[in-house]
Design a protein around this ligand. Structure first.
Ligand SMILES: Nc1ncnc2c1ncn2[C@@H]1O[C@H](COP(=O)(O)OP(=O)(O)OP(=O)(O)O)[C@@H](O)[C@H]1O
Ligand SMILES: [Mg+2]
Length: 285
């Protein structure tokens, strides 16, 4: 992500207004015409042109000349709108450094009541075909499937965290705006980068967490050593946008795949032998 706290702070209120107008109008237009922006914001042509120039310089919107001249948000602009809203609401006060990155997201540290993590869901235009196959929650995509996909992804993740916390050890959910989830920052590392002192204890804790999620009606579906964070003695399950309910038609297969990923990892790295069928039986029992 290219957004910086400085760029956000430096936004003039007319620029913020124009960003909001473009966001709203994108439901109607693929490219929002300049005339429409001028009319909606109620400023002079030259002021709007100047402000649009600034937004383009900061990489928040893009211009398209064909089939007609117009503007649209890009991810960085959408990131800016979410950050502005979170600041306005008082959820965050300052944006820190990037602390993580995934296939379809980028995670930043920020200052809220304490340190928090901001996960920006970027379900990209390029990877959209694959995303569409993998995820089945994209109603009313409109002109901008990446906006809807990214927002739905964030909302899904937020919902899982809300349903699971604190019964299952997941990051405490704090807020969600557009495609951004605000949650507790976990001070630790993903399990793939750790050498565990007591792998047997961690594996047992993890299996209990999977069992507890199942009891809450939720299956992670993308569980692996990359989506478990280790912080001291604790293991925290992260990265929930693709979860399914236990009433899903393939629930048991998906659950079994999660368990298999974890057992295979502990077998490969720590030579622990846990039988898949029996373990799955225990989780669902
Ligand atoms: N709450 C958090 N606190 C601290 N670090 C986090 C937190 N959430 C995520 N991270 C870091 O960001 C990285 C990416 O986050 P996450 O796994 O949730 O998304 P992802 O891998 O991009 O998901 P996908 O690729 O499946 O879309 C993690 O590996 C971790 O290092
Ligand atoms: Mg991940």
């Amino acid at each position: 992500m290219a957004i910086s706290a400085g760029d956000i702070k430096g936004l003039h209120r007319y620029e913020i207004q124009i960003l909001h107008i473009i966001e709203r109008s994108m439901q109607r237009y693929k490219w929002v015409p300049l005339d429409h922006i001028v009319k909606a914001v109620g400023l002079s042509d030259s002021e709007v042109t100047f402000r649009i120039g600034k937004l383009m310089e900061k990489g928040l919107i893009r211009f398209e000349a064909l089939p007609y001249e117009g503007y649209a948000l890009v991810f960085t602009g959408y990131d800016a709108l979410a950050l502005l809203a979170l600041v306005k609401k008082g959820t965050i006060r300052a944006l820190g450094c990037q602390i993580g990155e995934g296939k379809e997201s980028v995670v930043y540290e920020a200052l809220g009541l304490g340190n928090v993590a901001l996960k920006f869901h970027h379900v990209g235009q390029r990877s959209f075909q694959t995303a569409r196959q993998k995820r089945d929650y994209m109603p009313g995509e409109g002109h901008y499937p990446w906006i809807y996909a990214s927002r739905s992804s964030a909302e899904r993740e937020y919902e899982a965290l809300r349903r699971l916390h604190p019964v299952v050890r997941v990051p405490l959910p704090i807020d969600c705006n557009r495609h951004v989830v605000v949650m507790e920052e976990i001070i630790g590392t993903t399990m793939n980068r750790c050498v565990l002192e007591d792998p047997d204890a961690i594996l047992n804790t993890l299996l209990s967490q999977i069992r507890e999620s199942y009891r809450q009606g939720i299956i992670h579906v993308d569980l692996s050593e990359f989506n478990v964070m280790i912080s001291g003695e604790e293991c925290i399950l992260i990265d929930w946008p693709q979860w399914v309910g236990t009433d899903h038609q393939n629930a048991l297969d998906l659950l079994k795949r999660d368990i298999r990923n974890i057992l295979t990892y502990f077998h490969r790295k720590y030579s622990l032998e846990y039988p898949l069928e029996e373990t799955t039986g225990w989780v669902t029992g």
